[in-house]
Unconditional design. Sequence first.
Length: 172
Amino acid sequence: MHPELSFQEHGTVAFVADVLKAEGIEVREGVGRLTPEAKGTGLIAVVRGEAAPSDRCFALRADLDALPITEVGKDTYRSTNTGVMHACGHDAHTAMVLGAGLLLHRMRKEWSGTVMLVFQPGEEKEPGGASLLVKEGPPRSRTIRDPGATRHAGASDRQTRFPFRCFHGRCG
């Protein structure tokens, strides 16, 4: 209902950060900066399993941005931001990764390893938010043993290897 254009996802990322922090999940805000001086509109959260020590890491990625399209219709869930619409489903991707992160955190005593939740800004614009996240580097120094063990919400298998090659096999 409140979509925001690329690199303007301030309300969206604030909502995601507030939900994660309220749950006690570690959050790194301000990632995906267009310039060194700018505050990025992306976020990376880290959920750690507590069942046993493990250096295994998995990542889930969601795009935050919307498109400059006017949504028509009278549905109650339509965009409240004139001229901006979640026409690609990024709102669903964000909800899926946020929900998965909350569930994983609540079940952390039952599993081992680390799951990174990557909320990427600016997927619909060049330079894309992914390239900016690559430039900024990983939030921590744990190694991902299987770089293919990264999933983008809503992606097919051929699209899933992208996010953590950008982090050079490092995880938090």
